[in-house]
Write a protein that binds this ligand. Structure first.
Ligand code: SAH
Length: 284
């Protein structure tokens, strides 16, 4: 498969270290990796994958002689040592991360030792579980006149939350919240939303293993019911909690339509087909 960016520097000496590619593996379905990520796996000399979260099926495109290791039981130091060693032997080394590498992925902690060792790195984005969860539930995270903002966050566990980022403070915006890493702390999530003034009827969706073939579960409830529903469904790991005033919009009978497709709305790519007075031009 041809990809646009050259995967090898033509001026690179045969003995020079290879590049370590941090590749977003996507949320679980191996088909949700990017074309570029898959092409890198196909030519990888070594792959380090996060076995606790990344579907091992994503490594199925690797060459037969590719060195594949699971980082599940490694410390950060062991992981960087492994990547540095493999980069000394292979032109293409892949670190496969769940979802997108830029979200809760220890990306910078792994990049810094490679920078210090003079090893080139590149990052290939991936489909985050937040997006896969919205897709699984057929929900839109933004809706005109409802909310136009999404916050990716978590509740405080062992990692402390920086000042001003408590869930209660963020929930006060009443926009969409995609809450990672918090399913075992669901009671804290519901307490924070309640304290921020969300109604007990506010819809909440929990998606377990979004996009994993045969394993995905979508639990729909409200602030008042979601904890019991998750307990009954035995959802205790790998889940996205989505709280949003947009949830359930598929069933709404009144919906403010997006200006982008409005017949009376002119924009850069289409002229209005319906003449309107006071036409306001705005970006979608
Ligand atoms: N970088 C990842 C997030 C890693 S943190 C991303 O972009 O998705 C791990 C957390 O992500 C989990 O605790 C869970 O909240 C969420 N997560 C990862 N995979 C998931 C999936 N398939 N379905 C639902 N949530 C998932």
């Amino acid at each position: 498969m041809q990809i646009d960016t050259p995967l090898m520097d033509p001026g690179r000496a045969a003995s020079a270290p290879g590049t370590v590619w941090f590749v977003g593996a996507g949320p679980g379905d191996p088909e949700l990796i990017t074309v570029k990520g898959r092409a890198l796996i196909e030519r990888a000399g070594a792959i380090l994958f996060a076995g606790s979260l990344v579907n091992v099926a994503a490594t199925r495109w690797a060459p037969r002689d590719c060195v594949i290791a699971d980082s599940k039981d490694m410390t950060l130091e062991q992981m960087s040592a492994w990547l540095i060693e493999q980069a000394g032997q292979h032109e293409t080394v892949v670190r496969l991360q769940t979802g997108d590498p830029g979200l809760y992925g220890a990306l910078i902690e792994l990049v810094q030792p490679l920078d210090a060792a003079g090893i080139a790195i590149q990052v290939v984005p991936g489909v985050s579980s937040a997006m896969a969860s919205a897709a699984a539930a057929v929900e839109s995270l933004t809706l005109p006149e409802v909310t136009q903002s999404v916050i990716f966050t978590r509740v405080e566990g062992r990692t402390p939350m920086p000042e001003g980022e408590s869930l209660e403070a963020l929930a006060a915006h009443h926009c969409t919240l995609c809450i990672f890493l918090s399913i075992t702390l669901l009671s804290r999530v519901t307490a924070a939303l309640t304290a921020a003034g969300w109604s007990p009827d506010a819809p909440i969706v929990v998606v377990h293993k979004a996009s994993w073939p045969g394993e995905e579960k979508v639990i729909r409830g409200t602030l008042a019911t979601i904890q019991n529903l998750c307990r009954e469904a035995k959802i205790v790991s790998q889940s996205m909690i989505i709280a949003s005033p947009t949830l359930g919009a598929r069933q709404w009978t009144t919906l403010a339509k997006s200006k982008l497709y409005d017949a009376s709305f002119t924009h850069r790519f289409r002229r209005a087909s319906v003449p309107v007075s006071n036409l306001i031009q705005e970006t979608p």
